[in-house]
Design a protein around this ligand. Structure first.
Ligand code: ADP
Ligand code: MG
Length: 582
């Protein structure tokens, strides 16, 4: 075949593939247009997962009648004129590509009335051409209807997901936007059934409650900045201003999908930032569990390049590491300050979450609370005081139970304290604090222990002797594949110390994290675990008092470094209710 320039219809169909990958991408573009138009209400309706029909209705400023055709032209936009405008961009759109691309692969009708016009205009496009134009009666705003998406592109049609998947992704998408724009009333209707309907009153926590239920909303922590946190003041600059909600350590998921990041009100995907958040949860969550959350970063628009991805899903930061650090620090601080004591709930209640009456949840199928047995089911008009105390109340030790739990009384009821988990927390904090002061107590072994290592372990050891020394291990090479352990951290009383060091090496080598901090914390966790009193060990009242007293002084007394709760709280109110004293 000879080289030819492609016909324009072919070009636009090929180009459309960049922007319009699936029904969800159409909906996303249309929602963004409605947001850019200043809408206060955005109604989305889909049929057959959007393949048959997507309709987005908004009450934004509309498009003047004489500009409607133009809106469908490639590179036609009202949002930007010069390339420099990108640096101060405040709208979500800027390429003028969406409507043109959608019209190239579907039948589109757009009805719009702009403020100041008497009536609206309806334009119907099929196969990229205008097939109808007429005046219609409507209120100010825009209605875009997209039908039979990809009907003429069998190759695309073949690769579409099942409608059910697309419906789930739509719920997901609209939930995220509802969180990012809490003053906009969003709704989603699929096959005539409405599933999402936040009030649009501007309160983020209310939107969360509407989407995920009361029990979840109750467990979300505010990620607000304290005044004075930001040296540049509260103006967004190089350093992002961070706000949002993150889950307390007792509300977790088995995947990372429920962590949503918005940057300058734009939904983005960024592995590094997700990683920053997960790192901040280190020591709060059990392995394999992930936080939920909605996090919003605001920067000066010039600190950000939004023009790096066809669907605008990725952005580039001028100073990525500053953004990373700021985010991580703030999440960490919020967790330290706010995470609540685990609360008791009767297992027999079975239900672990709250749903709105009669309404299905918008596609969230797996509600997984890390410790369903500690989730209290709120009953009508019966409020339990939130014990999100910053520090622990002073507890009086009453006794020991099953040689595993310390029974203690506090001002707000009964506390069952896991003796191992809480001692672990105490030792872990102590170790890290001592390490920071280069003062980890080390204990020389009467008889040095020889440790045989395999070649990988040996290679790793060679490089990390200094860090091990900082943590109290004195270990030196002793011939081939053998090391001599001369001293161990003082908290390792007894036990198989050679085994502990091998465990630490293996753990460190497994760490996927390239960050040094990762394995050092892992080592501290391992040491704390080995050094802590075990379950099954009888403790004297004095020993128990000592653990509780030290726990009271730690910064995160409510979870052990593995992320398990250190204690469960039975409030007076709950006990009274369980005993039907009410
Ligand atoms: P972009 O959003 O990048 O400008 P689009 O193709 O999505 O490109 O839209 C083209 C133009 O049509 C927009 O710049 C805007 O002026 C207008 N427009 C599209 N949708 C709406 C809407 N819902 N309300 C008001 N104007 C709209
Ligand atoms: Mg657009």
């Amino acid at each position: 075949m000879a080289i030819q320039v492609l016909r324009s219809e072919v070009v636009s169909k090929i180009a459309a593939g960049e922007v319009v990958e699936r029904p969800l991408s159409v909906t996303k573009e249309l929602i963004e247009n409605s947001i850019d138009a200043g809408a206060t209400e955005i109604r989305v309706e889909i049929r057959s997962g959007g393949q048959r029909l997507i309709r987005v209705v908004d009450d934004g400023h509309g498009i003047p009648a004489d500009e409607i055709e133009l809106a469908f032209r490639h590179h036609a936009t009202s949002k930007l004129q010069e390339i420099e405008d990108l640096r101060r961009l405040l709208t979500l759109g800027f390429r003028g590509e969406a409507l043109a691309s959608i019209a190239a692969v579907a039948r589109v009708s757009l009805a719009s009335r702009s403020a100041g016009e008497e009536a609206g205009t309806l334009l119907v496009m099929d196969d990229g051409k205008v097939i109808r134009r007429q005046s219609i009666g409507m209120t100010v705003g825009t209605i875009v209807t997209v039908e039979n998406l990809f009907a003429k592109i069998p190759a695309r049609l073949k690769f579409l997901s099942k409608p059910a998947t697309e419906v789930r992704l739509h719920s997901d998408l609209i939930s995220r936007y509802a969180l990012a724009y809490p003053h906009i009333r969003f709704s989603l209707t699929s096959e005539k059934r409405q599933s999402i309907r936040p009030t649009g009153d501007g309160n983020l926590r209310d939107v969360w409650l509407k989407l995920y239920g009361l029990e979840s909303a109750r467990r979300m922590l505010d990620l607000g900045e304290a005044p004075g946190d930001n040296p540049e003041g509260s103006k967004p600059g190089k350093r992002p201003i961070i706000s949002g909600l993150i889950s307390s350590p007792d509300l977790t998921r088995s995947n990372r999908r429920q962590l949503t990041l918005f940057v300058n009100r734009r939904w983005i995907r960024n592995h590094a930032l997700v990683y920053a958040v997960e790192e901040a949860y280190r020591g709060f969550l059990p392995k394999g569990r992930h936080p939920m959350g909605f996090i919003e970063l605001t920067l000066d628009p010039s600190e950000l390049d939004v023009n790096v991805h066809p669907t605008k899903a990725e952005v580039r930061f001028a100073d990525q590491s500053l953004v990373f650090e700021t985010l991580q620090r703030q999440v960490r601080r919020t967790l330290m300050k706010e995470s609540p004591v685990h609360r008791f709930s009767a297992v027999s209640r079975g239900r672990t979450m709250e749903r709105r009456e009669g309404e299905p949840l918008p596609g969230w199928d797996e509600w997984d609370l890390a410790h369903p047995e500690t989730v209290r089911q709120p009953s009508d008009g019966f409020e339990v005081p939130d014990v999100s105390a910053q520090r622990l109340p002073v507890l009086r030790v009453v006794g020991q139970m099953s040689q595993t739990y310390i029974v203690a009384e506090g001002p707000e009821g009964l506390y069952l304290v896991d003796q191992h988990a809480s001692h672990e927390r105490v030792l872990y904090d102590k170790l890290l604090a001592e390490r920071a002061r280069s003062a980890v107590a080390s204990q020389a072994l009467l008889e040095p222990l020889s440790v045989s290592v395999n070649p990988e372990q040996e290679a790793w050891l060679e490089k990390h002797l200094a860090e091990l020394r900082d943590m109290g291990f004195i270990i030196e090479p002793f011939g081939s594949h053998t090391y001599l352990l001369r001293a161990v951290p003082a908290i390792l009383k007894g036990g198989d110390q050679a085994q502990v060091i091998l465990e630490i090496i293996d753990g460190a080598m497994e760490e996927t994290s390239s960050q040094e901090r990762g394995w050092v914390e892992g080592m501290a966790i391992s040491l704390a675990c080995h050094g802590a009193v075990r379950a099954g060990q009888t403790l004297s009242v004095d020993e128990m008092r000592e653990i509780v007293r030290q726990l009271e002084t730690t910064e995160s007394p409510r979870t052990c470094p593995h992320g398990r709760p250190t204690m469960i709280h039975f409030s007076d109110v709950e006990l009274a209710r369980e005993f039907r004293r009410r």
